[in-house]
Structure formats: structure tokens, C-alpha cells
Design a protein. Sequence first.
Length: 217
Amino acid sequence: MPYGLYVFDLDGTLVNSRRDLADAANELVMQCGGAPLDEERIGRMVGEGAALLVARVFEASGLPQPADALARYLAIYEGRLLNHTRVYQGMADVLDALGRRAQLAVLTNKPVAPTRRILAGLDLAHYFPESAVIGGDGPFPRKPDASGLRHLSAQAGVPVSTTLLVGDSAIDLQTARNAGAAICLAEYGFGFGTVPRTAVSSAEVTIRAPRELLFNV
């Protein structure tokens, strides 16, 4: 099916940011007297915004969460946004190809300022108009609320039915369903472990590498 708009999640879809997210979370935990958590375990906690990530990390660590935990986490993460975060292999070529035939956008639950810094730092910002990048601290509720996705479709002048959300988590799956958009789930993303295998219907596409976007959807 030809899509007029491709909307990408950021963490676990466009970029592999798991180590930087985990390192920031573990630095905060250790400051509070706890032991670091496994990187993969923290990766499965990502996807619903920084506040929930911080809450989950403290719960998993068995520590009381300080009142300023979120602010401290964001400050720590701000200093390590691009230490290890990298674009998934082949993604730039995919964006080049898709951008010639459709519009592109980003919808993430990460705050918009670090989102823009990551996109710029990894030379991805030029694929996405500024108005087509929506973060979790913007005017719309965070995913899985469909408001942001519907806004991006309306702004692009593209029906939601011809909009494809590319994500890696159960949150992305639910967002697309809530909006009435198509979904492509990235099995290579670190959030894919949150998606029950039985939850994906035969009409919903999964890919094992970014390049499959050019052939499978």
C-alpha cells in the first residue's frame, strides 16, 4: 500500500539509545545508594516517557524515589545523549528513499529538546521538518494517545488511513490502533520485547531490519 506519511518513533526505531538511557538511569540509582540494573532490563522500561522510566527504575531497584528524581535523571541524561547512541544500520538510506516518495515525521514520548539534539547530532534532522517532530512534553498527550499521530497526518494533508507509524513497542502498536493508522513494528528495536507475539495481527507488519521498510510496506 502506498503511504503518504511515515511517522517514526525515536528510541529503538530510528536510533539505538539503550545504553545511554540505561547509563543515565543507573547513575541516578547509584547516587541514591542502589546497585545498577541490567541494560536490557532498563530498555524494556523505555517508551512511555521519562517520568515512568524513572519510576520503574526505582521500583526495580527497591529504592524510595526522591522528589527530584525526574529532574536529576533528565540532567544526567542531557550530558550523555550522544555518548553511545547511534542510528540503526541502513536507516539513513531508508529515510533517503522514503523521503522521495512520502512525507516523514517523528512521534516520540521523549521530551522534544533532547529529541532534536539527537536528530541533529546524528545528521537525521534534515529528514524531518521542525513542525513534524512531536515530543512527549509538547501540546499533545503522550502515546498511546493518538492525538499527536492524528495531528501529524492532518498537518501533512494525509488521511490517517494512509499513514504508517513505525515503532518498536506495544505503546506504538496501541497508538496506531487508536488512531486508525497502519503500524510497522521493528523487531530490531529494544522495545520489541514488550510486544506479545499474539498481539500482532496478520495485517500488521514487522521488520527485522530498517531496509525491510522499503520492501515490506
